[in-house]
Design a protein around this ligand. Structure first.
Ligand SMILES: N[C@@H](CCC(=O)N[C@@H](CS)C(=O)NCC(=O)O)C(=O)O
Length: 306
């Protein structure tokens, strides 16, 4: 169906079809259990990287297993480099279609597979990280951070909404726009938010002060791809990340932490976007740059109260 939005050249993201939930008390039919669920990701994908960062920060590596697809995708969708050893699938589509044979949407990462029922539980990416944070608390090791503190949830949710609409999804709205107006609207909104965040981060180490929260993880995965991909490939080129002293220092501060650094694979990110998204790069040629040093000292610890 062509909606009014599409007719105006705007990119419209598909709704998530699989939205069952995993709950600590098992009331949803999917109880949070160790060794039961398998998370499928691509290192290239910003929505998937969120789940990888949270899984690592919360020490859930042994609790939720991981399946990783090849960064290059063709019309058959995401492929496993070798068959997935747990499900035996060669393509992610097999898991979607095993759950719902009439599914006609795209086969997206991240998603969670239940090894007990042999079904896809969810591909609802915003819910996956908060599920790890709120429903798997029995499995968080002592000293694990609280990434979604109850008292901050309304404020985190409000900021996340703005960041989703104008930044996380904003870069796609710019990159996939097919009309000049739709593109300019997206780019203007994107940079207006980045300018606001630059200001916000002038006095705070992280978006909510001295602690890393869900909001930082969601912003980070877009910043990590910004200069390498979105600036050129998606035409988000009013400014680069490195032109924003606070945002750039903040991104490096996060990158210094293993959960962020070890899940950031610039090579897979570049190859995926430039080779797979040929609607905006028909040649599939991957640029060599940018040359950026993510390990430069950032001095952000001075903003912490302690
Ligand atoms: N589930 C969401 C967000 C996740 C998402 O867009 N993942 C991308 C990778 S970054 C994907 O798996 N795309 C597969 C495809 O479009 O065929 C959606 O349907 O838009």
């Amino acid at each position: 169906m062509i909606t009014q939005e599409m007719a105006a050249g705007r990119f419209v993201r598909q709704p998530n079809r699989f939205t069952d939930t995993i709950t600590a008390d098992g009331s949803s039919g999917y109880p949070a259990e160790s060794g039961r669920y398998r998370l499928f990701v691509s290192y290239a994908c910003p929505w998937a990287q969120r789940t990888l960062i949270v899984r690592a920060l919360l020490g859930l590596d042994e609790v939720i297993s991981l399946g990783v697809v090849d960064p290059i995708r063709d019309e058959r969708g995401w492929r496993f480099p070798d068959r997935d050893p747990v499900t035996g699938a060669a393509f992610l589509s097999e898991l979607y279609l095993a759950t719902d044979g009439s599914y006609k949407g795209r086969y997206t990462v991240p998603c969670i597979w239940d090894t007990v029922t042999g079904r896809l539980v969810t591909n609802d990416f915003p819910a996956i990280t908060t599920t790890f944070e709120t429903q798997f608390t029995d499995y968080h090791p002592t000293g694990a951070p609280d990434l979604y503190p109850v008292e901050l949830r309304p404020d985190i949710d409000e900021l996340n909404e703005l960041v989703y609409a104008t930044v996380n999804n904003g870069v796609y709205r710019a990159g996939f726009a097919t009309e000049q107006n739709a593109y300019e609207e997206a780019v203007d909104a994107l940079f207006a938010t980045l300018d606001r965040l630059e200001e916000r981060l002038s006095t705070r180490r992280y978006l909510f002060g001295d602690r890393v929260t869900e909001a930082d993880i969601r912003l980070y995965t877009t910043l990590a791809r910004f200069d390498a991909v979105y600036h050129g490939h998606f035409k988000c080129n009013l400014r680069r990340l490195v032109d924003y002293p606070n945002l750039w220092g903040y991104a490096r501060d996060l990158y210094e932490q293993p959960a962020f650094r070890d899940t950031t694979d610039f090579d897979q990110i570049k190859r995926h976007y430039y080779v797979t998204l040929t609607n905006v790069n028909p040649s599939g040629v991957v640029p060599k740059g940018p040359v950026v040093d993510w390990t430069e000292p950032h001095g952000r610890a001075a903003l912490s109260a302690s």
